[in-house]
Design a protein around this ligand. Structure first.
Ligand code: NDP
Length: 299
């Protein structure tokens, strides 16, 4: 039987509605309107489009958004100066520096410059540490947090399940593993394996998964024979593959061979329309959390 398709688009809409209502309540209570600053260095078209989408989504729920466009050749010191200004700005509660950054800029220095209480991407070492010890004040990276929401809101039990994460990046795979492992009945308490390029026999691990989360950036990596019948499959991958039948000349696919795996799995996320929209919804939710001071002090 074909798997249930988990719609991230639908779930993200629900979350955006919840965020919008929370902001209405904050406004009615005389609290400050949450403010998000997005910092874009250079003119990479994909980054420009991501930042535009994030700002639009923020405005739609009532977040005040400010986009800061900086030239590709900006010296690192100057960029750090901008971030310091935003750290001190009382109208800004969330700061997002769009990655990747140009080569001459140290990514670590920039991510560490963002105040942890305003770090809505959850990449600052303080938030990485807080998440690792399940501190509720952690601002958690948006994509893995979105996957947890997808699972929880779809009624998928994680407690005691075998969860396998393919990929160990700081942005997706590693925090994903930690969230599934956390002592938390809401999306945690799983037995977790995190696989990567040095994993000897990937299929040997993925076949044990009750919940399989794939974030490798490798189209078609997971085929039906690698999936346990009845497993839940969450495809984080977003890959462009050539497609001359499309106007743009390409289409987006995940890391999972969707058509064959959906015949084996019990539930699966599509690409697009799965994890992607959840990532943006979690950014909005993190911005409200930060504005409420729940991500630690703001200054
Ligand atoms: P990275 O390239 O930083 O990390 C990929 C990870 O996958 C690495 O840990 C790598 O292992 C591992 N990997 C790659 N190929 C294999 C393989 N054949 N077998 C086992 N492990 C493998 O990517 P990201 O984590 O940033 O992103 C992953 C994917 O998710 C991309 O397609 C990206 O576009 C997408 N993405 C989607 C988002 C969304 O909102 N839906 C948000 C962020 C990312 P190793 O560490 O050994 O190199």
């Amino acid at each position: 039987m074909a798997a249930e398709i988990i719609s991230g688009t639908k779930m993200a809409r629900e979350i955006r509605g919840e965020v919008a209502r929370a902001i209405e309540e904050m406004t009615a209570a005389g609290e400050q309107i949450p403010g998000l600053a997005t910092v874009l260095v250079g003119e990479d078209p994909a980054s420009q489009s991501y930042v535009r989408m994030k700002n639009r989504a923020a405005r739609e729920v009532g977040i005040r958004s400010r986009q800061i466009d900086l030239p590709d050749d900006i010296p690192e010191e100057e960029l750090l100066g901008w971030i310091e200004g935003l750290n001190a700005d009382p109208e800004i509660h969330g700061i997002l520096v769009q990655l990747p950054l140009p080569d001459h800029i140290g990514r670590g220095a920039v991510l560490e410059a963002v105040h942890p209480g305003k770090d809505v991407d959850g990449f600052h070492p303080v938030n990485v540490g807080r998440m690792a010890v399940s501190d509720p004040a952690a601002l958690v990276p948006c994509t893995p947090q979105g996957v947890v929401e997808l699972l929880v809101r779809s009624g998928i039990e994680t407690r005691g399940q075998n969860a396998v994460v393919v990929g160990r990046s700081n942005i997706v795979g590693r925090p994903m593993g930690q969230l599934l492992l956390a002592e938390n009945p809401r999306g945690g308490d799983a037995t977790v394996t995190v696989a990567h390029l040095f994993t000897r026999d990937l299929a040997e691990h993925t076949r044990l998964a009750d919940i399989l989360v794939v974030a490798a950036g490798h189209p078609g990596l997971i085929t039906a024979d690698m999936v346990k019948p009845g497993a839940v499959v969450i495809d984080v991958g977003i890959n462009r593959v050539d497609d001359s039948s499309r106007e743009k000349g390409y289409r987006l696919v995940g890391d999972v061979a969707f058509d064959e795996v959906r015949e084996v799995a019990s539930a699966i996320t599509p690409v697009p329309g799965g994890v992607g929209p959840m990532t943006i919804a979690m950014l909005l939710s993190n911005t409200v959390k930060a504005a409420r001071g729940l991500g630690g002090p703001l200054r």
